[in-house]
Design a protein around this ligand. Structure first.
Ligand SMILES: NC(=O)c1ccc[n+]([C@@H]2O[C@H](COP(=O)([O-])OP(=O)(O)OC[C@H]3O[C@@H](n4cnc5c(N)ncnc54)[C@H](O)[C@@H]3O)[C@@H](O)[C@H]2O)c1
Length: 252
């Protein structure tokens, strides 16, 4: 077991990639704090972990609220004694309008929500988690960025900007805390088969599948394996890195 006696916090763990990460952490022996704004999804993940013999608790969180990030870390340390691993995974692909638009047509409301959740949400997470990891004597943080941290596609400008920002935050945190035993890395999923793609039409999904040389959508578990490695001692010399898991999308 790679994470025995560790405690891990995963945001957005009620669905998709976050759920797969939470399950992988629990499988490897970690106590998991499943954090999400969607209570039903979060409790569903806790149920899946419990039924396979793992240990997890649910914590309601809106990652765009700094005080709720602090509360999630406090829960982890109160219930399990310390926090060693955090995965800032919660994210949205689209703003409240529910539509994809070119930059000049993006409403201020859509822009703000994307940045609040995807970028400020990671900053608020780091701000709450790093002191707890330092107190535990070190640890690892993995931010779930996207291939859109290194590339762009039309119609998703705020998302692209937010994910480029996540990569910047990852590198900034890595260089500041490396000497104190906290490693910070980012993964860059390509197109993965989760509910986040549910607004795409069947025709759009067909195009999306063809965007990666492997020619299919990725599975959430394929991202979880990379996050697990980065979170474990096996990646003890790895910090400030960006790891695409994208079926070759960025290689083109
Ligand atoms: N699926 C993909 O193709 C893909 C590609 C690249 C990156 N990503 C990134 O992976 C991460 C997970 O996405 P997913 O595909 O699993 O999507 P998903 O919609 O299945 O899961 C996202 C989870 O985050 C939660 N969430 C949303 N806003 C939140 C908030 N403000 N506070 C707390 N929780 C919140 C949702 O309730 C949900 O459980 C996101 O950061 C996304 O940008 C996904």
């Amino acid at each position: 077991m790679q994470l025995k006696d560790k405690t891990a916090l995963v945001t957005g763990a009620g669905s998709g990639i976050g759920r797969a990460i939470a399950l992988a952490f629990a499988r490897e022996g970690a106590n998991v704090v499943v954090a999400d704004v969607n209570d039903e999804g979060g409790q569903g993940t806790v149920g899946l972990i419990a039924s396979s013999g793992g240990k997890a608790i649910y914590q309601h969180i809106d990652v765009s609220r700094p005080e709720e990030q602090l509360a999630a870390v406090a829960t982890a340390t109160q219930v399990f004694g310390a926090l060693h691993i955090a995965c800032n995974n919660a994210g949205i692909s689209i703003g409240p309008s529910g539509s994809y638009q070119s930059l000049a047509d993006v409403s201020l409301e859509d822009w703000s929500r994307l940045i609040d959740v995807n970028l400020s949400g990671v900053f608020y997470g780091l701000r709450a988690q790093i002191p707890a990891l330092l107190k535990a004597g070190g640890g690892a943080i993995v931010n779930v960025a996207s291939v859109m941290a290194q590339a762009a596609r039309p119609g998703i400008g705020p998302y692209v900007a937010s994910k480029h920002g996540v990569l910047g935050l990852t590198r900034a945190a890595a260089v500041e805390y490396a000497s104190q035993g906290v490693r910070v890395n980012a993964v860059g999923p390509g197109y993965i088969d989760t509910p986040i793609l549910s607004r795409r039409t069947a025709a759009e999904l067909n195009v999306i599948k063809g965007l990666s040389p492997i020619g299919r959508l990725g599975r959430p578990e394929e991202i979880a394996e990379a996050v697990l490695w980065l979170s474990s001692e096996r990646a003890s010399f790895v910090t400030g890195g960006y790891y695409p898991v994208d079926g070759g999308f960025l290689a083109q």
